[in-house]
Design a protein around this ligand. Structure first.
Ligand code: CO8
Length: 298
């Protein structure tokens, strides 16, 4: 609890800095102080000054589920990297075995007050806005399963490389939990794999094997586990060879309509989420899904 409050205080501070439009000396001094490689409880960042590339590893056991704490840390680290002009590329991966991210932490949506659900959803929105709208080149190095919010996180990146292991899966499986992926999840997916693939994937809650995901363009490349980070690093070089301003303007042109839709509807989207997720019938579906996860393990 204390950690979350501290993280949020820092986050508000950083948020104020970036929204003030002050990219001058104060920000530069602060950023240079923060540029060192950082480890917070659930996130490790290795920033290589000579290449301008940061590797951000999620390390929240057991499955990197996106809790309010993990999302808050993720946003703080993204903000720091985004503000650091020396950082041009971000590789996002997992330090947990077999799982990239299990998606949103279901326990954050089950049995919680409307206020708490609203706070959680704002953090989910913030993570998506920061990732999807990032000026950095972003590559997801997907070293394990990546359902729902984990898939969304991968989809925000410019390029996705997944370990070729048929035991791993990726997709927006929300309907399997009895819940509905919001419009910005849907659009991020449709912008990547097209309308028809998205319609089927979302309605059926499909989880794709790596080779199936490659086939529909949900991931861009498959590699053996031991080649994941070297491939991501090599791919990054190709993307960084493009002049930043031209690539950034092009990226913004492709993504801005979707980003704007959420930015101008944030409060309504939070209200929708809170009233949907706190319904008795939805809470019941989540309880059954949690029980199913436990039974499957036993
Ligand atoms: N949230 C919370 N806890 C989780 C989650 C999760 N998303 N996923 C797994 N866990 C827990 C398990 O219950 C288990 O807990 P415990 O040890 O107490 O029994 C522990 O993590 C380990 O899980 P597993 O034993 O299942 O680990 P495996 O390595 O065998 O499998 C998987 C890893 C494949 C990730 C598997 O855990 C899994 O399939 N998890 C469920 C993933 C999922 O369906 N996520 C959907 C989340 S919803 C979402 O992201 C978008 C919601 C949008 C909301 C829109 C509403 C309007």
């Amino acid at each position: 609890m204390a950690l979350r409050i501290a993280l949020r205080q820092k986050y508000v501070f950083l948020g104020l800095l970036s929204s003030s439009g002050n990219h001058g000396r104060v920000a530069t001094v602060l950023v240079s102080q923060m540029r060192n490689n950082a480890t917070s409880p659930n996130i490790k960042v290795d920033f290589n000054q000579s290449t301008g590339v940061a590797v951000l590893s999620m390390q929240s056991p057991p499955v990197n589920s996106l809790s309010l704490d993990l999302l808050t840390e993720l946003c703080i680290n993204l903000e720091k990297l985004e503000m650091d002009r020396a950082c041009r590329g971000l590789i996002i991966t997992s330090n947990q075995p077999k799982v990239f991210s299990a998606g949103l932490d279901i326990l954050e949506m089950y049995g919680k007050s409307p206020e708490r659900c609203g706070e959680f959803w704002r953090a989910v929105q913030e993570m998506w806005l920061k990732m999807y709208g990032s000026n950095m080149v972003t590559i997801a190095a997907i070293n394990g399963s990546s359902p729902a919010g984990g898939c969304l996180l991968s989809l925000t990146c410019d390029y996705r490389i997944m370990v070729d292991n048929p035991r791993y899966s990726i997709g927006l499986n929300e309907t399997l939990l009895g819940i509905v992926a919001p419009f910005w999840f849907k659009e991020t997916m449709a912008n990547t794999v097209g309308h028809r693939n998205t319609e089927m994937a979302l309605e059926l809650g499909l989880l794709y094997s790596p080779s199936e995901a490659l086939k529909i363009g949900l991931v861009d490349q498959l590699v053996p586990q031991d080649q994941l980070l070297t491939t991501a690093t090599e791919t990054m070089k190709k993307w960084l060879a493009i002049p930043d301003h031209a690539r950034q303007i092009t990226k913004s042109m492709m993504r801005k309509p979707t980003l704007d839709k959420l930015t101008s509807n944030r409060e309504a989207d939070i209200q929708n989420f809170v009233s949907f997720i706190t319904k008795d019938s939805i809470q019941k579906s989540l309880r059954m899904y949690l029980e199913m996860l436990k039974k499957r393990k036993a």
